[in-house]
Design a protein around this ligand. Structure first.
Ligand SMILES: O=C(O)C(=O)[C@@H](O)CO
Ligand SMILES: [Mg+2]
Length: 262
């Protein structure tokens, strides 16, 4: 059975972020993820995880000024200092939460430019080297251009080829099935092919990016497929609830932890 992680940036927004840990545990989740933890003290997050018996599956490196359009630095030759700073900034959060994977965003950049590709390769090598002693994987995620116009990493095959070519053991693919379906389709065959390099999976319905309980993708089939493939990682629920988060968890009932959290 897949191990689901509630995305606390998108889910349980009925309450402030630090209270979402309790809400996720009460709903039967055993793991959580979030986009950016940097507004909170690392210890405060670690404390909530411990208190509610939760595992932190993932968080993102600091992406720069999101409001002004920044979406990470990894493919930005002009932002290498910021990329290095984002690694140092993430480490205390990984240590306090026990997260074993971080998502490194590529940034807004042209993927067909030699300099941006070179910067991305360099950033991956540097980040992987930085996190390897801590047992942390660096993930890259192809994101569709409708949601994130101009984003560098907008092709699953490009990410696959790069990961295979680099052969850095702690560089892996974050396969968000929502983006994969919009970008390419053929999700099941991609899961089968990419399993050896997948470090994290995320889900949402397509096209609404809401509960994974209808529309284009047949999630019960895909969850069973993950079992058939022997996927042991996490599945991040990165979707916008249609309304109340708990009311929308009908799809999750067969996977929820039944015993009360600590
Ligand atoms: O947009 C997504 O999909 C993500 O997983 C985020 O980490 C980046 O916005
Ligand atoms: Mg995602």
């Amino acid at each position: 059975m897949p191990r689901f992680a509630a995305n606390l940036t998108l889910m349980f927004t009925e309450v402030p972020l630090l209270e979402r840990f309790a809400a996720a545990a009460a709903a039967g989740f055993t793991a959580v993820e979030m986009l950016f933890p940097y507004d909170y003290a690392p210890g405060a997050l670690g404390d909530r995880l411990e208190r509610h018996g939760l595992t932190q599956a993932l968080f993102n490196l600091w992406p720069g000024d999101w409001a002004s359009g920044e979406r990470g630095f990894a493919a930005r030759p002009d932002k290498f200092a910021e990329l290095q700073d984002s690694l140092r900034r993430a480490l205390p959060y990984a240590q306090a939460t026990g997260a074993k994977r971080v998502h490194m965003m590529a940034g807004i950049a042209d993927r067909h430019d030699i300099a941006t590709v070179a910067a991305f390769r360099k950033s991956l090598a540097v980040a992987a080297h930085f996190f390897a002693p801590h047992g942390i994987d660096v993930l890259i995620e192809p994101i569709n251009g409708r949601d994130m116009p101009g984003y560098f990493l907008n092709d699953v095959d490009f990410a696959r080829d790069l990961i295979r070519e680099l052969q850095i053991p702690n560089v892996k693919l974050q396969l968000d099935l929502y983006h994969c379906q919009i970008l390419h389709g053929d999700v099941t065959m991609r899961l089968r092919e990419l399993l050896p390099i997948i470090g994290h999976i995320q889900i949402a319905s397509v096209p609404s990016r809401q509960e994974p309980d209808g529309e284009e993708l047949n999630y019960p089939f895909l969850f069973d497929e993950l079992d058939r493939l022997g996927y042991t990682g996490f599945v991040g629920c990165e979707y916008w609830p249609r309304g109340d988060t708990v009311a929308g968890l009908g799809w999750f009932q067969r996977y929820a932890r039944k015993t009360a959290p600590r």
